[in-house]
Design a protein around this ligand. Structure first.
Ligand SMILES: NC(=O)c1ccc[n+]([C@@H]2O[C@H](COP(=O)([O-])OP(=O)(O)OC[C@H]3O[C@@H](n4cnc5c(N)ncnc54)[C@H](OP(=O)(O)O)[C@@H]3O)[C@@H](O)[C@H]2O)c1
Length: 406
């Protein structure tokens, strides 16, 4: 995937298109977990009826808006105070409790996904919260007080209007559910569809202690593989051990290339690769015969103007041929037909204690826990400083109820 290809192949925003192209069709997802329903008693409401019953909604709210295209999130975006939006007939108004930070938040703010989207536009891909208002059509599947998780553009806001069809009912507003929507689904589907994992194979996961890496480690382990995970601290290495990683490698303390060569002379069968640049080169060099490398991302380039890290690829065909190895790209929106099964399985695994969903609230960040929308900027910096252990989330403080909409 290269810069120009982003524009072409993505056509739509990454997570954004995932939502709009398919979660729109995931009505069935609402059946994943039973949520008690309030029966609709009065069907004589007009098509424009909006139910705010029992809600206490402020008239104004904060949201993060991209005003200028840039991968420097602080330069690109700012917090604005705007009226709380009103949901349309098929929409939910969600009071966000938590929003998820993704590496691609800065790709989106740089306009790399959909060149037709020009500033100002709303930032943030995913949230979880409570339904505080909804239109009549939406009320056939949801009711006031339901908890939903969603990914949809504009999640970095105190309240978001989300199409009901793009919302997944969840039992509670636990941020763990947020970790599954994109980070978990990416690992689950990529390894299942492109990994061809076989018991006893060796799997290398880069950025293994991060949002999606933590899931790749666990799914590869569940497939009976020997799992190696790269990370940048001993604390992350200990975490990786705790989720079943056989050989965490803190690349700041150990020479990654040397360690892989010495300890895995036969090479690596499957690589789940998120970093790009020199890490990708190193991973290609370590591939075993018939090895498969899955390109999940290339975060080491995202902060640059082009978004693409340097890669010396001239000898790539030789290396692949000599080992009958392959490199496969994975982009979640292209695997939407696998999405429902992935989410169902992961939710079950989480409910039965078979899947760890590590969340990083920023408790160890310099200015403490990420609370309030202003913390989104600190949270993005924190991720790009490589400090996060698990999925980065921001707790969105509930707005003041002083000027109620009711
Ligand atoms: N293809 C898809 O559909 C898809 C979907 C979701 C995510 N992704 C990709 O998955 C990757 C991880 O995304 P995420 O949101 O889950 O983030 P994350 O892993 O929670 O956080 C990023 C981690 O990357 C590591 N990293 C290594 N080199 C880095 C660098 N030069 N700058 C910053 N971080 C660096 C850091 O861990 P260490 O310090 O421990 O190395 C950091 O904690 C990204 O490449 C993203 O684009 C792809």
């Amino acid at each position: 995937m290269s810069g120009p290809m982003w524009a072409k192949s993505a056509q739509k925003a990454f997570l954004f298109s995932l939502v709009s192209s398919r979660l729109r069709g995931t009505d069935s997802l609402s059946g994943l977990l039973p949520v008690p329903r309030r029966p609709i008693i009065d069907m004589s409401y007009s098509a424009h009826f909006i139910d705010f019953k029992g809600s206490s909604i402020a008239s104004r709210m904060k949201k993060v808006v991209v005003n200028k295209l840039s991968p420097k999130f602080r330069e690109a975006a700012s917090v604005q105070t705007v009226p709380v939006p009103t949901p349309a007939d098929a929409d939910l108004l969600v009071r966000n409790r938590f929003v998820g930070i993704n590496a691609s938040d800065i790709n989106y703010s740089a306009g790399r996904y959909d060149p037709t989207v020009q500033p100002p536009f709303d930032a943030g891909f995913e949230g979880i919260g409570e339904v505080v208002g909804l239109g009549l059509t939406a009320s056939s599947r949801f009711t006031m007080g339901d908890t939903v998780a969603y990914f949809s553009s504009g999640a970095f806001a105190e309240y978001s209007v989300v199409p009901a069809k793009e919302s997944v009912p969840v039992p509670s507003a636990k941020p763990e559910f947020l970790t599954l929507l994109v980070s978990g689904a990416t690992a689950y589907i990529a390894l299942k569809r492109l990994g061809d994992l076989a018991k006893g194979e060796t799997v290398l996961v880069t950025a293994a202690a991060g949002g999606t890496g933590q899931f790749a480690v666990q799914f590869a382990k569940q497939a009976g593989c020997h799992v190696i995970g790269t990370c940048s601290s001993n604390e992350k290495a200990a975490f990786l051990k705790s989720i079943g990683c056989d050989r965490p490698i803190n690349y700041k303390a150990e020479d990654l290339a040397k360690t892989l060569k010495t300890e895995y002379p036969e090479g690596i069968d499957v690589v789940y690769e998120s970093v790009g640049g020199s890490t990708l080169e190193l991973a290609v060099n370590c591939l075993a015969k018939k090895g498969r490398l899955i390109v999940i991302g290339f975060i080491s380039g995202y902060q640059s103007a082009s978004g693409i890290p340097k890669f010396r690829g001239a000898t790539l065909p030789v290396k692949l041929l000599q080992k009958s190895a392959s490199i496969r790209g994975f982009f979640l929106p292209h695997f939407i037909s696998d999405y429902k099964e992935a989410l169902t399985q992961m939710m079950q695994m989480f409910a039965t204690g078979k899947l760890m969903c590590e969340v990083d609230y920023g408790d160890l960040a310099q200015e403490g826990r990420f609370v309030g929308l202003e913390s989104v900027f600190r949270a993005v910096d924190y991720m790009y400083a490589g400090k996060n252990l698990g999925k980065v989330v921001v707790e969105v403080a509930p707005p003041s109820n002083s000027s109620s909409k009711l």
